[in-house]
Design a protein. Structure first.
Length: 176
């Protein structure tokens, strides 16, 4: 496996989180008759308020850009925290889902209510689906890509056959 640099890990993590979370939101709301443009206008509403829904593709594009930016922040925060707390790197399959739930809570209990969109009521399906996608599509990829550059840098121990072969075949210089 080629070494993954920190910048690439953050880029790939951001694209993965943005894609999975965005795809989930589009599919979830599409099943309820809401188009993708309205989904991303809803993201833009966090900045513009209700006017975002009158802005057409321009505000939908802004919402998509904001969505990707939020994914970047989510990945960078995990990456930075994992530089200080080794457990975040060494246990991405445990810490990632926990981080996903934390991101969900921060977004829905703090960020959205304080935004221009304001808070709203959520159905049980929205809460359960939101938690699920934040565990699988936000927390896990953020953790996985944050740990990737460090996994690539860790020296690997030689396999047992390689170690045994090396121990028995030490050649000595011929005596002259």
């Amino acid at each position: 496996m080629a070494k993954l640099t920190a910048a690439r890990a953050i880029l790939y993590g951001t694209l993965t989180v943005a894609f999975l979370d965005g795809l989930y939101a589009v599919m979830f709301f599409r099943m309820r008759g809401v188009g993708a443009d309205r989904v991303f206008q809803g993201v833009a509403a966090g900045l513009l308020g209700r006017d975002a829904f009158r802005g057409g593709l321009t505000t939908a594009g802004l919402g998509l850009a904001l969505h990707v930016f939020i994914a970047l922040v989510v990945v960078v925060v995990y990456y930075a925290a994992s530089a200080r707390m080794g457990v975040l790197r060494s246990r991405p399959l445990v810490c990632g889902p926990v981080y996903g739930v934390l991101v969900y809570a921060v977004m829905n209990l703090i960020v959205i209510p304080l935004s221009a969109a304001g808070g709203g009521k959520f159905s049980l399906a929205q809460v359960l689906g939101g938690l699920m996608i934040h565990v699988v599509g936000v927390g896990l990829p953020a953790a996985w890509f944050a740990a990737a550059p460090r996994r690539a840098r860790q020296p690997t121990a030689p396999s047992l056959p390689t170690a045994l072969a090396g121990a028995g075949s030490r050649s000595q210089a011929p005596v002259r």
